[in-house]
Design a protein around this ligand. Sequence first.
Ligand code: ADP
Length: 642
Amino acid sequence: MSAETQTCQFEAETARLLDLVIHSLYTEKEIFLRELISNSSDALDRLRFESLTDAALVPAGQEFEIRLETGTSPRTLSVIDTGIGMSREDAIKNLGTIARSGTREAREKLQAAKSAEDAASLIGMFGVGFYSSFMVADRVVVVTRKAGEATATRWESRGDGSYTISDSERDTSGTTVTLYLRDADHDAGIEDFTATWQLTSIVKRHSDFINYPIVMVEAAKEEGGQPERRVLNTMKPIWTRSRSEVTEQEYNEFYKHITHDWQDALVNYAYKAEGLHEYQALVFVPSKASPDLYYSSPDTGIRLYARRVLVIEKCQDLLPTYLRFVRGVVDASDLPLNISRQRLQHDLHITQIRKWLTRKVLDSLENLRTNEGTKYAQMWKEFGRAIKEGAGSDFDHKDRITSLLMFESTHDATALTSLKDYVARMPEGQADIYYLTGGSRSAVENSPHLEAIREKGYEVLFMLDPVDEYMLQFMPEFDGKQLKSAAKGALDLDKKDAEGKKEDPAKETEEAAEREHYASLLTGVQERLSEDIKEVRLSHRLVKSPACLVVDDYEMSAYMEKLLSQAKGDVPKRKRVLELNPKHPVVVGLRKRFEANASDPVVDDSATVIFGMALLAEGSEIADPVKFNEAMVRMTQRSLGE
Ligand code: ADP
């Protein structure tokens, strides 16, 4: 370690973002104080936790507190804590880099952000915490000493791209952040942050719930007198207060404290379990997904307290992974303080809390779905993909999860629907739930597979997210009704009796006659397309189109095959079934030609063209464009009589 002053550059992205933070991120400049107090509170939490196993870290008589001290010339404000402090390396790592918690991808996005607004919404999610000091100060000095170490470190910066670091001294462990304040400028939101009343009201507004005393120290009124100490916050943990005494703003301040999000949460819920074990929880659903939520190791978790003492800052075992977007705290009355992080997953307390909390959260989400549609839609937009993972992994809560799922549907092009609402709209006679998977609404909306279903007035769900295909494997039914793909199996919507015969005998006879009628054509077409098609049969799902392609019930859909081949490279194409519409003039005409002369070249070309049209109609690519094109040229030529 070197004793001399070392000048270091901020990481490139940090320097650039600092500038944005200072000039555009927050309109409310006073929140810098909330951020500094929040950091101090975390540092005290950490020290308290560490001292459980190493009592020597806290010398006798040392209070756990946060002090605010002001100076007049120059005008300064210091936020001082007796927390865990930082070593020189910690200070370089923590105060020289922004967005430490983000994944590489998220950080790259940040760097690429074009406008201040883009960047603001991204950095908000990482938390800019400490850097917000530069909104109100033109120079910031941090003197910090790590608990258990003898030397202190001094960090100083003007927020202009570089900082200096040197050895220093400090009586106790902890951190002092001193802001050399900019001149007060009411229009720019910079108040006189040395005024006691100002600081008192900011603390009340943003940091009242902090678990440690926030002490305002004022110089003695008369010479030789003692400085005056006043505790500014009530310190009551917010989750122990009844809902009626806490304002939404207070809940949101607390949310920001624990998550470092800069936006309010979308909703919050408080739960209490009484009885053999007592737990309390206060959880929040953020209004936006953090940029790392869908990457490999997102920075999430619930704060776990044992009788008001923080034991784990980000406990990821209290909720299943698919609910990782939920933030908040759990306070358990009978949790051992020294609970081991390694054994967490096997700890009986944790298992019980997890079960309880998972059910509570899922029930709250269901409540939100039924009672607050707009908020639910927002929640779904941000976190729906995470919840879908649950459908394939949490079988204990399968029904609860399934009822949370939302899909696009033929019912309303502007709003998503739940399975429950779908079922409620099912007309008399509809037995199954129909869906179609695909890459976009426009790709599936006009698919020929839907013709008969739509004609019946049945609704079809569009599953447009790649994870839907995965999820559907675990969801054969909902509410006793089967989920059926419109592009799989031999779909037949006619009513059947107990033996599977059609209720309408005339229909049964008509179809038997049709099958006989078409038998030789079907074989003829099959022979011509045998390289691409495994079977040709008559369709019950077509109305307007001459043909479509389907797979068997248990087979992978064409869309899934496409996704897989995109992910893994060439997946060998499996042959599908070509269904022909016996009522369509193209198919009727083809049968006549074929019966008149089975080796008529028009039959060959028609088979190629019909197969190609079926691919185009469902939004797929033509298997052999050259062959298709040549057949089209000949067909057009013939129809022009040339
Ligand atoms: P965040 O709090 O979102 O991580 P900050 O920029 O506010 O971001 O702080 C960066 C890091 O610096 C913190 O995570 C913490 O490790 C360290 N730090 C900041 N303030 C303190 C403090 N008062 N005591 C100890 N460590 C601190």
